[in-house]
Design a protein around this ligand. Structure first.
Ligand code: AMP
Length: 138
């Protein structure tokens, strides 16, 4: 079976931006959000699939061909939902590339020994601040 889809869960600012960029690059993108109005954030240029539903519903994930996903990006505003879904994708569906948004860096132990990669907006902001500060002091 060919894995060719990218599934994104959560159409907040992060999810909608990543979805638009990946679609523009020519990827087959499926974006899921439980709130229909969340899709209003998308640019008109987004031509991927917009699915209204709760991604913790495994029947929904299977209907959306999770088994054919080459990449899953879990960026709801809830660390625990992202973590839970990442484990499902890793242990149950063998998705090869999994990225999750995590506000709380303390939970990193829970993805040790997996290929799941975490995006930490908080740590990125700290890094961003220090690099701006450095460039100001040059
Ligand atoms: P934000 O926290 O604003 O970055 O956005 C996160 C998005 O994730 C919101 O649009 C939520 O509706 C969406 N979301 C949260 N939980 C779920 C879920 N279980 N399934 C699908 N979408 C979700």
């Amino acid at each position: 079976m060919r894995r060719n889809k990218i599934i994104i869960v959560g159409c907040g600012r992060l999810g909608s931006s990543i979805a638009s960029m990946l679609y523009k690059q020519g990827n087959d993108v499926i974006l899921i959000d439980k709130n229909k109005s969340a899709f209003n954030k998308l640019l008109n240029a987004f031509g991927g699939y917009e699915i209204v539903g709760d991604a913790t519903d495994l029947e929904l994930l299977e209907k959306l061909y999770i088994k054919q996903a080459k990449e899953v990006i879990l960026v709801t505003g809830n660390d625990n939902v992202n973590l839970y879904l990442s484990h499902i994708c890793f242990y149950l569906y063998d998705v090869p590339n999994i990225y999750i948004r995590q506000e709380d860096n303390d939970k990193r132990k829970l993805i040790e020994n997996t290929t799941i990669k975490a995006i930490h907006p908080f740590l990125l902001s700290v890094d961003n601040y220090f690099s701006l500060r450095e460039s100001n002091n040059e």
